[in-house]
Design a protein around this ligand. Structure first.
Ligand code: F6P
Length: 363
């Protein structure tokens, strides 16, 4: 019997459990592989005592409809820069990849399926280069991973954001207010863009298109405050004014240097300072976009990704990331996938279509 380790890393995302179930179900058809899960990304394997769980048909039964991940996850403890306490009490970031690969082999593991975003896939690639057979599965609600049309979880996040947006439209209309809704999207504005088109936003502000504040204020004043009497804006957490910086607080050690959030309050103040007299209200959707049940579309992508990832393991095709490309499920090398980032193209079809619908990007 060969041993496979599965891990879910980075921020959670609707569909993680469906991937785990897909892997285990496909593996059980062959009876050649025993599947194990590591708690909280690869930390479960790295810690003493070790924290692993045997994954079988019973463990994964029915979990595809559940949000979160039965394995837990973390975005701390990256083995490529692992915080290690030194004899003098100081903390040094060390590369523990060679140690991790030795540990995996020492515990009898023949392969790893690592489910995660760009950070986790950089770890997958490092493990692969250090001699560990690894397959990656792309995950993130932000849809910012290159080489795949969609990551699972993105459409669920859009659905959540879109439903919230619709609710804000009716209350904005009743009270003649300007509503600003902040969605996730650290470097890429996919959730904001899809929500703006789906909900019919007046203004959509994304990281890829720094906004001209005066122009946004004029747009609101001219077309809506003096006209329809209310307006709805969607803004991605990583958006910023042309001459401004992102709205953030201090991040955590070993992770992002800054934690994003609160840009809707920044924009609200900027609009007031620019002379907009409307009653402006702000809503931060935050982690509601990451939690909860995956919609059917994401369950399908995630389940197929799980099966495909296991098939790559069965075929001995390692160093690969499963992807959805041109409506087909296939794979690309992890190295290629992490070499670029999936930004919204400011001159692309979707932004042009949104502009055609009258959505203003502040450019
Ligand atoms: O990468 C996904 C994401 O949801 C980003 O949009 C956001 O900036 C980040 O994760 C937040 O992570 P955390 O919940 O760990 O603060």
């Amino acid at each position: 019997m060969k041993k496979l380790l599965v891990a879910t890393g980075g921020g959670d995302c609707p569909g993680l459990n469906a991937v785990i179930r897909g892997i285990v179900k496909r593996a059980s058809r062959q009876k050649e592989w025993e599947v194990w899960g590591s708690y909280e990304a690869l930390n479960g394997l790295m810690e003493e005592p070790i924290r692993l769980i045997r994954l079988d048909g019973k463990t994964v039964s029915g979990i595809h409809v559940k949000g979160g991940t039965i394995l837990g996850t973390t975005n701390k403890g990256n083995p490529m820069s692992y915080p290690e306490k030194q004899a003098d009490g100081s903390v040094k970031l060390v590369n523990r990849i060679p140690w991790l690969v030795d540990r995996l082999k020492g515990k009898g593991f023949d392969a790893v399926i690592n489910i995660g975003g760009d950070g986790s896939q950089a770890i997958s690639q490092a493990m692969f280069e250090a001699g560990m057979p690894v397959v990656g599965v792309p995950k993130t609600i932000d849809n910012d991973l290159n080489s795949t049309d969609f990551t699972f979880g993105f459409q669920t996040a859009v659905q959540t954001a879109s439903e919230s947006f619709d609710r804000l439209v009716t209350t904005a209309s009743s009270h003649h207010r300007v509503m600003i809704m902040e969605v996730m999207g650290r470097d890429a504005g996919w959730i904001a863009l899809y929500t703006a088109i789906s909900g019919g936003a007046e203004v959509c502000l994304i990281p890829e298109i720094p906004y001209d504040l005066q122009a946004v204020a004029e747009r609101l004043q001219g077309r809506y405050i003096d006209g329809r009497g209310f307006a709805n804006i969607v803004i991605a957490e990583g958006a910023k004014a042309k001459d401004g910086t992102v709205t953030a607080s201090k991040g955590e050690e070993g992770r992002h240097a800054v934690r994003l959030g609160g840009v809707c309050y920044t924009l609200s103040q900027q609009l007031k300072d620019a002379g907009i007299k409307a009653d402006i209200r702000e809503t931060v959707l935050g982690h509601t976009q990451r939690g909860g049940t995956p919609i059917a579309y994401d369950r399908v992508i995630a389940s197929v990704f799980g099966v495909k990832a296991m098939e790559l393991v069965l075929d001995g095709n390692f160093g690969q990331l499963v992807v959805l490309k041109n409506n087909d499920y296939t794979s690309v090398s992890i190295k290629e996938a992490i070499s670029a980032y999936n930004y919204v193209d400011p001159n692309g079809t979707l932004v042009k279509a949104a502009k055609g619908l009258g959505i203003y990007f502040g450019d």
